[in-house]
Design a protein around this ligand. Structure first.
Ligand SMILES: Nc1nc2c(ncn2[C@@H]2O[C@H](COP(=O)(O)OP(=O)(O)OP(=O)(O)O)[C@@H](O)[C@H]2O)c(=O)[nH]1
Length: 300
């Protein structure tokens, strides 16, 4: 029967409250670190696409930030971006952690995505954190939450049932010819990925206020040759809103910034498969979240 199956291709995204496991799931499916995860809410800012090529389908995953109460211009733009994305996809995976009570946040998001043309699949994430009984109970609670085309439990950490999530999502895509060439896993410009890697490194182990106040811009990338082998020299600016935040990022005698640079450099070197020299600067740009010009420069 397999070869009579029609070819399907289309777009899907994961939604869910902050920390529901959307980015980790996206990574587990695509099998490469293209979306940024952290244990802090709302670190996913850019729409990043990963493309999963299978024999009979092509699943294009779009990563969106979470909806949140818009307090700034950035907040409003992010929400617009999220809603825009939802209207464009063919399938939506609503992520609900197995280890947390279904709450108002989940109901809010469920309502928001109910009347879209996309098929909605409930994905119960982090299944590894609960017992079988707890998982069964959560699946039943989720069933009551709304009308879903399917409900699938999985764990992105152990990889359990990730194939099932992919299969179910792909099965709800429209019949369509292949949309992207073979082998392509992301169409996000490398610069955005580089900036996200630096941002992730800069956020490691810092206080709650920083994630919303930090942004990274890649100013320039130069190809150079060192000792006969190619190297990329990358100039990046880390923007923060206050001097106090600048001190946090830089650390005592610049030690923290050095660690940030080392980690980001390694991640970027893996991404571009080349040696990298990273030139990092930290700049205070007061209220960058409210400055339309700066927002545009930062890619929002
Ligand atoms: N044990 C376990 N932890 C997970 C799993 N999936 C995600 N996590 C953890 O949950 C936290 C949040 O995961 P993310 O993937 O960043 O969540 P997100 O929904 O993208 O979060 P936002 O970007 O804030 O919207 C991270 O610390 C992950 O390591 C899983 O299957 N099992």
């Amino acid at each position: 029967m397999a070869d009579t199956e029609p070819y399907r291709a289309g777009f899907a995204c994961f939604v869910g409250r902050p920390n529901a496991g959307k980015s980790t799931l996206t990574n587990a499916i695509i099998g490469s670190k293209i979306a940024i995860t952290s244990n802090r809410p709302q670190t996913t800012r850019h729409v990043i696409r990963g493309i999963l090529h299978q024999e009979n389908s092509q699943l294009i995953l779009v990563d969106t930030p979470g909806l949140h109460r818009p307090r700034t211009l950035l907040g409003q733009r992010l929400n617009d971006l999220v809603r825009q994305t939802w209207t464009e996809v063919d399938a939506i995976g609503l992520c609900i952690p197995a280890n947390e009570k279904v709450g108002p946040g989940d109901r809010f998001i469920t309502r928001e995505i109910t009347d879209l043309r996309a098929k909605v699949i409930a994905v119960v994430t982090k299944a590894d954190l609960v017992s079988k009984d707890e998982l069964a109970r959560q699946l039943m609670t989720v069933q009551e939450l709304g009308e879903f085309a399917d409900i699938v439990p999985c764990s992105a950490t152990t990889g359990e049932n990730i194939d099932a999530v992919t299969k179910v999502l792909s099965g709800h895509l429209p019949e369509s010819p292949q949309l992207y060439p073979d082998g392509m896993i992301t169409e996000e410009p490398e610069r955005v990925l580089m900036a996200e890697m630096i941002r992730e490194a800069a956020l490691e182990g810092v206080k709650d206020e920083l994630p919303h106040s930090i942004a990274v811009v890649i100013e320039d990338i130069e190809d150079e040759e060192v000792d006969g082998s190619p190297r990329k020299r990358i100039f990046a600016e880390i923007f923060v809103e206050r001097n106090s935040q600048k001190s946090i990022v830089i650390g005592r005698r610049g030690e923290r910034l050095k660690r940030v640079g080392t980690k980001a450099r390694k991640d970027i070197a893996k991404l571009v498969d080349q040696r990298v020299y990273l030139d990092l600067h930290v700049r205070v740009a007061k209220e960058w979240q409210r400055d339309p010009k700066l927002l545009r420069r930062l890619g929002f």
